[in-house]
Every structure is written in structure tokens, then in C-alpha cells.
Ligand binder design. Structure first.
Ligand SMILES: Cc1ncc(COP(=O)(O)O)c(C=O)c1O
Length: 510
């Protein structure tokens, strides 16, 4: 393909994406294909001769799009948002156009330096403590990782290596392998799966401490676990707290956790993968309490801040602790400006050697939307979630499971877990909206998350009418089953709920 053809293909692809995003409401959010659909449609070997881009683009519409789950649809309410925006898409395109791998300053000075600039912009935008900025006097700074999982793993590995070094010094009688065998880390039983996985990858057990009824991990629970472990000869290394858990967007108590971590010299990392964007909002300033005492934190711009995947910001209070832990060099990686404070060698702050030019899409997004645009986007999501919450509260057949937090509403139809399961199954079969379930203390519930790039009030009304009408149909079907001869003895909790709600409907209409 030459430059002329690239121009044609590229422009057609941009039109394709703009059409796709503009008309995304026309498609069901979930695809209708069965496993193996694509493997069966495509040849088993690559073409020997080049094909025209027009044919390829045609096939994207014909065979790829039907297998896409439309994450950018306003009818997507599962997991957490995976952001995108037009400026960010252009940023990705330009980064691919430059085609660089910026593992050191000389490999593309703009790649390193733009990352320093945007990470400091972001730290200021989020009102983070000043010591996290590159521009501060101290050894702190921010870096862009691919995902929250990578950021957490980097923190866990660095904390582990720091603990081994300091324990070797204070306990020269112990062998390194003995020390490594005694290390232990902590998080809450509400933390994301990637936290537990980081323990597996770091060969260090992570104790998932009970967060309790309100889903919040507090200092006293951590302190008790640390005291137990120390008494048993174990070496506490790191606590990974969460601001905005995946299940219910609960916030661990960073102030009490940080006090315990300081007392026992344990690294404190905060995973704020989704909720971190809200640090920028004055009305959410409580969320920032205690952040001045944490060692590291991460926040996914690709969740709440209109930058598309992958883009996970991570800040370190003392970046040397990470760089020293991971610094494995070769002569071919050296360059004459190495070691200068303005130009961190970000390859020592991360797992891979190569680095994508992610700062470009961040910079373009920040500049074209402005701080105001970013705040407006987050506030819009929060307002839409409030709208949904009111609809849940107004319908006596449903109950809230946890307080609404940012753009997440956790709720369930009253009664047995089976009703939640069946309701979700119906919604999934209809493919008009997409949500997932979660569970706490044996109670299953639905998570409704505002996700879309430009969701609006009527999208929320649409989702609600889908949910409540499907519950109505489910109740009707269950009452028919219960009325069949032979089933009368088996009057289930479901049926009782239906009767209760028929009564409340009558009350409403009276
Ligand atoms: C609180 C939390 N942490 C971590 C993750 C994992 O994020 P990533 O896919 O960027 O690794 C998620 C994903 O939703 C999350 O909700």
C-alpha cells in the first residue's frame, strides 16, 4: 500500500468510525453470534496475493462488526466504562503514524517529555499531593501504564523488592529465600481480581481481608492482620486499598489504613481505577482524604476520562524505589543524557521494555476538551446515575444494595437471588441493554453503570423501561407457573413477591 492508497483507506476508515459512533444506538448492545462464528467465516490461511482495502473495509462491516459488543453504546451498563472520544482516537492514530517505541529519552524525546508534562497536568487537575509531580523537589512522579493491573503489579513487585532489601539489612542471619518465603500482602475481599493476580505473579500471598457490611476496609482490620502475621513470623509488605471497588464502588478508609501502614512500615498503594477521576471534582473532595500518606496510586483514564484504552496513570511518591527495583540495563540502551532528573527513564518504571506513545492521545484529549470538558463529562455520568437511582427507589419491587457511588447504581429486585438471575438472563437474551451481576454476603445484585461517550436522559429512561417491564413479564410468567395444578403447594417466595407488588400497584392506582 502506498501513501496515496493510505490516504484513501485512512479517510474511509475515519468515516466508518464516525458513522459507527454516530449511529451506535441502532445496534443491539450485545452481538447475536455464536462461538466459532468468525473462525467459520474466514479462510484458514492468509491470502497469498494482496487484496484491496475496499474489500477489507467491506468485510469489517460484514464479519467483524456483527461480533462486536458495543462498549461505546449508551446502552452499555456493564463493568465500568471503557472510555473513548474523537480526540483520543485521533491521538491513537497519530501515535501509530509515528510508530515509535519510546523506552528511553533518545528513542523519541517527545514521548518521554510529553508524558512528564501530561502526568503533572493530570496530578494538578486531580488535586493530588504535590509530591507526586515530576516538577516537585522530591523523587515523586507519574507514569502511564497500560492497565490498572500493570500498575498494581509494579507497586507490588517494587514493594516486595524494597522489603527484601531492608529485611536483609536488619536480619543478616536470614537467607534471602527464607525472607521471600515469609512475605505477605493485604487487600480487601472487595478488591478487583487483578490484586489477587498480582500476588500470584509476585509469588507473594495476598490476604483478602473482610471489608464488612459496608464494603469498606479500615485500619483496625489491617492492623489485626499485621499483628497476627508478625506473631507468626511473616513479613508484611504492602496493602493495596481501593477507592471505588469493582462491585459497589466502595471507598476504603485511606486515613486509617495509612496510619497503620506507617506504623508497620508497610507500602500503601491505592487502586482508584474508576473513581480516581472524581478527585478532580470539588464535591468529591472527601475521596482525596489520606492520599498525602500513600506510596503509590493508579487511575484509569480509559475508564472515566475520555481517553481510550489503554491508559492507566500511576503516581509514585518515591519513583526511585521502583526504578531501583527494576533497573536491568544493557549497553545498547544507554544514551548520553541518561540520569538527568527532567527525563526519567520510564522503562525502569514498568514491566515491558517498549513503551507506546500514550501521552499523545492524553495531550490531544486534554487540550481539545479542556479541564472543564472533562469535569462536565464526569458530572454528566454522575447525574445520569442519580436519575437511574431515583427510578429504582420509586419502584417498590426493587431495593438498593449499596449507596449510589459516582456513575454506579447497585440494586436488585426484592426476594430470592433467583429472581435477579432470571431478570438478568431475560435482559441478556433481549440484548437491548447490558449489565452484569455481583454478589455480597450471599445476596446477588445488578450493577447499572453509566458508560457511554454521550449518554443522555432518554438513554436512562430506555434502560429503566427495559428493566422494569422485564420484571413485570417475569412476575407474570411466575404467577402462571405457580397457578398450574400441582404447583400450588410450591408457592415460592417469587410468587409472594408478585402478590405483594400487585397489592402495591393497586394501592398506587387507588
Ligand atoms: C477497581 C478496579 N481495579 C482494577 C481494575 C482492572 O483494570 P484494568 O483492566 O485496567 O487492569 C478494574 C476493572 O474494572 C477495577 O474496577
Amino acid at each position: 500500500m502506498d501513501a496515496k492508497e493510505f490516504r484513501e483507506f485512512g479517510k474511509a476508515a475515519v468515516d466508518f468510525v464516525a458513522d459507527y459512533l454516530e449511529n451506535i444506538r441502532d445496534d443491539e448492545v450485545l452481538p447475536s453470534v455464536e462461538p466459532g462464528y468468525l473462525v467459520n467465516l474466514l479462510p484458514s490461511e492468509m491470502p497469498e496475493k494482496p487484496e484491496s482495502w475496499k474489500e477489507v473495509l467491506g468485510d469489517i462491516n460484514r464479519v467483524i462488526k456483527p461480533g462486536i459488543t458495543h462498549w461505546q453504546s449508551p446502552n452499555m451498563h456493564a463493568y465500568y466504562p471503557t472510555a473513548t472520544s474523537y480526540p483520543s482516537i485521533v491521538g491513537e492514530m497519530l501515535a501509530s503514524g509515528f510508530g515509535i517505541i519510546g523506552f528511553s529519552w533518545i528513542c523519541s524525546p517527545a514521548c518521554t517529555e510529553l508524558e512528564v508534562v501530561v502526568m503533572d497536568w493530570l496530578a494538578k487537575f486531580l488535586n493530588l499531593p504535590e509530591h507526586f509531580q515530576h516538577a516537585s523537589e522530591g523523587p515523586g512522579g507519574g507514569v502511564i501504564q497500560g492497565s490498572a493491573s500493570e500498575a498494581v503489579l509494579v507497586a507490588v513487585l517494587a514493594a516486595r523488592e524494597q522489603a527484601v532489601v531492608s529485611y536483609k539489612e536488619s536480619h543478616p542471619e536470614m537467607s534471602e529465600s527464607e525472607i521471600r518465603g515469609r512475605l505477605v500482602a493485604y487487600s480487601s475481599d472487595q478488591s478487583n481480581s487483578c490484586i489477587e493476580k498480582s500476588g500470584v505473579l509476585a509469588a507473594m500471598p495476598i490476604r483478602l481481608l473482610p471489608a464488612g457490611e459496608d464494603f469498606v476496609l479500615r485500619g483496625e482490620t489491617l492492623k489485626q492482620a499485621i499483628i497476627e502475621d508478625k506473631a507468626a513470623g511473616r513479613i508484611p509488605v504492602i496493602c493495596i486499598a481501593t477507592l471505588g471497588t469493582t462491585g459497589t464502588c466502595a471507598y476504603d478508609d485511606i486515613e486509617t489504613l495509612s496510619a497503620v501502614c506507617e506504623e508497620f512500615k508497610v507500602w500503601l498503594h491505592v487502586d482508584a481505577a474508576y473513581a480516581g477521576g472524581a478527585f478532580a471534582l470539588e464535591e468529591c473532595s472527601d475521596l482525596r482524604k489520606g492520599l498525602d500518606r500513600v506510596d503509590s496510586l493508579n487511575f484509569n483514564l480509559h475508564k472515566f476520562m475520555l481517553v481510550n484504552f489503554d491508559c492507566s496513570a500511576m503516581w509514585l511518591r518515591d519513583a526511585n524505589k521502583v526504578a531501583d527495583s527494576f533497573n536491568v540495563d544493557r549497553i545498547y540502551l544507554k544514551h548520553k543524557h541518561e540520569g538527568q532528573s527532567q527525563i526519567p527513564d520510564f522503562r525502569h518504571w514498568q514491566i515491558p521494555l517498549g513503551r507506546r506513545f500514550r501521552a499523545l492521545k492524553v495531550w490531544i484529549t486534554f487540550r481539545t476538551l479542556g479541564a472543564e470538558g472533562l469535569r462536565n463529562h464526569m458530572r454528566k455520568h454522575i447525574d445520569l446515575a442519580k436519575q437511574f437511582e431515583q427510578l429504582v427507589i420509586a419502584d417498590s419491587r426493587f431495593e438498593m444494595v449499596a449507596p449510589r457511588a459516582l456513575g454506579l447504581v447497585c440494586f436488585r429486585p426484592k426476594g430470592a437471588n433467583e429472581i435477579t438471575t432470571q431478570l438478568l438472563q431475560r435482559l441478556m437474551d433481549r440484548k437491548k441493554i447490558y449489565m452484569v451481576k455481583a454478589e455480597h454476603a450471599g445476596r446477588q445484585f445488578l450493577r447499572f453503570v453509566v458508560c457511554g461517550m454521550d449518554s443522555n436522559e432518554s438513554d436512562i429512561d430506555f434502560a429503566w423501561s427495559e428493566i422494569e417491564s422485564q420484571l413485570t413479564d417475569l412476575q407474570k410468567d411466575q404467577s402462571l407457573v405457580a397457578r398450574k395444578p400441582g404447583n400450588m403447594a410450591d408457592l415460592t417466595e417469587h410468587f409472594q413477591i408478585h402478590l405483594t407488588n400487585e397489592n402495591s400497584t393497586q394501592e398506587k392506582s387507588q
